[in-house]
Design a protein around this ligand. Structure first.
Ligand SMILES: Nc1ncnc2c1ncn2[C@@H]1O[C@H](COP(=O)(O)OP(=O)(O)OP(=O)(O)O)[C@@H](O)[C@H]1O
Ligand SMILES: [Mg+2]
Length: 278
């Protein structure tokens, strides 16, 4: 029997599972002679509202990995699927519109705008993909603007930040600015939220508060992917952890499994529990 007569070719791959929230397969990124990510795969599975962390030493490739997921940098090889759809190489705005959102950094904060205006602006930008309504002074744009502000206030309330809604950014302490960045990410109605070192520079109380908020966001059904050096926070908040080392994934597992993984201890966590405050 010739191959063309065989109705089921062994090379046919099954269609991607649309229930799988996010799946990176074999992602690599080369910067000249440096392989910043080397064949990294990760799946968030099908259960929403989980916190998954990516840890590893400085320069391990964590931020590069996030940038590839969110479209800020094109993978050299590999694929990213969001709910089964191939999003590899799409621009960040298109990826964000599909529900995979990277939080705003402090560099995207305007000193003279209020917290509410920041969140409303982030929402407007996320909603107005390819039209110019944001800039057009039409009645419908104004009506939109009112709705955006109402939505923004609701987001600030949800994150317990409504108390600073009308404070201008330049008067807000660092801890609040970090939370404002998260609120701006939430404005895009993410299904998956990427947080790159959200607790950096926070004092222990602020970190506790930010960890609590991260949990609250996850509990609302948003899947969180977190890069963070604060191991105490990571171990407390994560459902699952992936470890990068020199661009390669060397382990994944529950916090308990990662804490006791010899290779991870050797490469990153250190032998003494005190090293990471556990
Ligand atoms: N645009 C770039 N051009 C060249 N090299 C880059 C670029 N971006 C990152 N790198 C290099 O890729 C490697 C991984 O960097 P990356 O920022 O992803 O690490 P990281 O794990 O996020 O580190 P950190 O914990 O310090 O934030 C580093 O050696 C870095 O210098
Ligand atoms: Mg980084």
């Amino acid at each position: 029997m010739s191959a063309s007569m065989n109705p089921v070719s062994p090379s046919v791959t099954p269609p991607p599972d649309k229930r799988v929230i996010l799946e990176a397969s074999g992602l690599s990124k080369r910067f000249g002679g440096l392989l910043a990510n080397d064949d990294v795969s990760l799946s968030l599975g099908t259960e929403t509202g989980k916190v998954t962390s990516v840890i590893g030493p400085n320069g391990a490739g964590k931020s590069t990995f996030f940038k590839m997921l969110a479209g800020f940098c094109t993978p050299t090889t590999g694929k990213v699927r969001l709910f089964g759809e191939d999003i590899t190489g799409l621009n960040p705005h298109k990826i964000s519109a599909r529900g995979l959102v990277r939080t705003f950094q402090e560099t995207t904060i305007f000193p003279e705008l209020t917290a509410l205006e920041h969140v409303a602006l982030a929402r407007q930008l996320s909603r107005s993909a390819n039209d110019f309504q944001v800039f057009a002074n039409t009645l419908s744009a104004r009506r939109d603007e009112d709705r955006m502000r109402a939505d923004a206030l609701e987001i600030l309330r949800f994150l317990d930040l409504d108390g600073v809604a009308s404070s201008v950014a330049k008067t807000l302490p660092h801890g609040y600015l970090r939370l404002l960045g998260i609120a701006m990410g939430m404005a895009a109605s993410p299904k998956v939220l990427l947080l790159d070192e959200p607790y950096a520079g926070l004092n222990p109380d602020e970190t506790d508060r930010a960890v609590e908020l991260t949990r609250k966001i996850a509990a609302s059904g948003v899947s969180i992917l977190l890069v963070e050096h604060d191991m105490k926070a990571v171990m407390k908040i994560s459902d699952h952890i992936h470890v990068l080392y020199f661009g390669k994934k060397i382990a994944e597992g529950t916090p308990e499994e990662i804490r006791n993984n010899e290779q991870v201890i050797e490469a990153y966590l250190g032998k003494e529990d005190e090293d990471i405050g556990l």
